[in-house]
Design a protein around this ligand. Sequence first.
Ligand code: HSE
Length: 443
Amino acid sequence: MNSAASVTAKPIRVALLGCGTVGTQIVRLLTEQADELAARVGTRVELVGIAVRRPNKHREVPAELLTTDAAGLVASPDVDVVVEVIGGIEPTRTWLLAALTAGKSVVTANKALLAEHAGELFEAADASGADLYFEAAVAGAIPLLRPLRESLAGDRITRVMGIVNGTTNFILSAMDETGAGYAETLDEASRLGYAEADPTADVDGFDAASKAAILASLAFHTRVTAGDVYREGISAVTSADFAAARALGRTIKLLAICERVFTTGEDGAPEESVAVRVHPAMIPRSHPLAGVSGAFNAVFVEAEAAGQLMFYGQGAGGAPTASAVLGDLVAVARNRVVGGRGPRESAYADLAVRPIAQASTRYHISLDVADRAGVLAAVAAEFAQHEVSIAAVRQEGRATDASLVIVTHSAPDAALRSTVDKVAGLPFVHDVVSVMRVEGEDS
Ligand code: HSE
């Protein structure tokens, strides 16, 4: 390979904030692939400093690069690009705003920060002409944000539906395979290192909600923050839910769903809005997302002209996440070499975000009921009363009671909730075994 001949511009000098699992892999790849990266960028990409909290804990990276002064490193005139893999909101937000304000491009994997403060970061980037790239913030190694920001920029995206959290997908896949309950499967995932010591951000859906906000913002050209995302985690999913799903050829996944919604306003005019939600849902086993097992991520994108697209791969881990960071670093370095910029924030559509009560989905409701005349009719009457249309009913008699499964057509969340409350109070309904949204089927 003869790369040196084409590498003539000034080197691009990089500061790395954080050197954990991902940071260590970034340092390794930057070192091992230095010549190839130089050839791809058109100049050398040099690591000039690594900010960490405890330098004596990082024997695997060159000691002379380590500093505890992240703010000083960001402010250094010897830095062109800041790569951030620390996470959290503060002080990271302050450091990245300082970098962007000073015209230094930023590459970050920080989903929580992007899901709260993307607008402010983009404004700082615009003011100075710097780049802000964040491919690693959603679905790790999977090239997903660049396709949304660039490859699909000529299309209209209608829906993004994905598995964007590996920990919960590992747990749900294991529950499906073994028939075990949630608590014991979480314990096993922790023992195997698939769940953090404090798994709250993953199992309660916060991590997926941040990613959903980022995906929705890019897909619909609208600022969506984590607070706009309806969120339910997986801790209430039971082995009975899985049994109910299995009986009808379905499985359960924690899905992040971002949709463009078309409605008619009170004045009869067409209205467009977005709905963004994270919750467990039953999907048919034939759906492409049903086959995504273990800690893998996958995202299904629907666009008006492109049709259906599927992105699949590793959503976490040192080397996979470093791959996405390095891809961004090459892009911002190239932009600096040629004097251009990557895509800016695109929030021109400024669509309203619909509350979950107005979101419509299909539901699967499993009940234990008394097995006698009139029960089915009375349950069905409650659905009719709330204008929730029934798509399918399945009843299995047991000794003195029966299992009754009702699948609805698409219905507003609020109507379904009221229906289930009423049904649960009927004297011959012994138990509401499972209530779950159904996705990936015609409405
Ligand atoms: N904790 C995340 C997951 C990875 O389990 O997928 C980082 O976003």
